[in-house]
Each structure stands twice: as structure tokens, then as C-alpha cells.
Design a protein. Structure first.
Length: 130
């Protein structure tokens, strides 16, 4: 047998996450965090600071204060900050594709969630009709 028959698994070499992939993911995360911050600022300037929205879970209702709009930007900012050290870590190609496939919907989820929360705060504050 010749040694030329390498399996595809043997040819996968971990490469650093740095470069285009890391820069693009960090940029997308930063854009998501900035959008969420802008949405929060827009809502805070439109409604009273005492505005709350109702949250019901398993037959118990609680009120979420206006600073609940800070959850998504804080989480995305922390994620953006943490990715600095990940740029130098080796990452196989398959995991790189998986990371991109998960990160983009994750960022979209947080931005769309922020928009829905903003709409609810604007309705609760009387800015938008119910």
C-alpha cells in the first residue's frame, strides 16, 4: 500500500481564527451591539423611565423595567470583547463554518428580540397604539 491514501480527516489542519473570519465576526458582533444600543437609546428618550412591560411565565406575571433593554447590548458587547483572544486560537475548517452558521442567526436573534422589546416598551409607554 502506498502512503498517498490519506483520509480527509488527516488533511484537516487547525488554522488560527484570525484573519478575515475573526474580523468579520467581530464586526458583525459590534454592529449588532451598536444597533441594540441605538434601539435602547431611542426607546429611553420616548417613554418615561418608570415604564415596565409584563412578562408571564408559568402562570406568574412579573414586570420588566426599562433597563431590561440593556441585556442584549451588554451581552453582545461582552461577546465582542471576548473574541479578541479567540483570534489566535486554532480552529478546524468544519468548526469555522459551524461558528459562522451559528453566529449570524444568533446576532439576528438578539437584534430582532431587541426590536420586539422596544415595541412593547413603546406600547406600554403610550407612544405606539396597542
Amino acid at each position: 500500500m502506498s502512503n498517498n491514501m490519506d483520509s480527509s480527516e488527516d488533511n484537516v489542519r487547525p488554522v488560527p481564527l484570525g484573519g478575515k473570519t475573526a474580523r468579520r465576526l467581530r464586526l458583525l458582533t459590534l454592529i449588532g451591539a451598536l444597533l441594540d444600543i441605538l434601539i435602547a437609546i431611542a426607546v429611553v428618550t420616548q417613554v418615561p423611565l418608570s415604564t415596565t412591560i409584563s412578562y408571564t411565565r408559568i402562570s406568574s406575571e412579573s414586570q420588566v423595567p426599562l433597563f431590561g433593554l440593556l441585556a442584549a447590548p451588554v451581552l453582545l458587547s461582552a461577546l465582542w470583547w471576548q473574541t479578541r483572544s479567540a483570534e489566535r486560537q486554532p480552529l478546524p475548517d468544519k468548526e469555522r463554518v459551524l461558528l459562522i452558521a451559528i453566529s449570524v442567526p444568533f446576532l439576528g436573534f438578539f437584534t430582532i428580540g431587541q426590536l420586539f422589546m422596544a415595541r412593547d416598551y413603546l406600547i406600554a409607554g403610550g407612544v405606539l397604539p396597542a
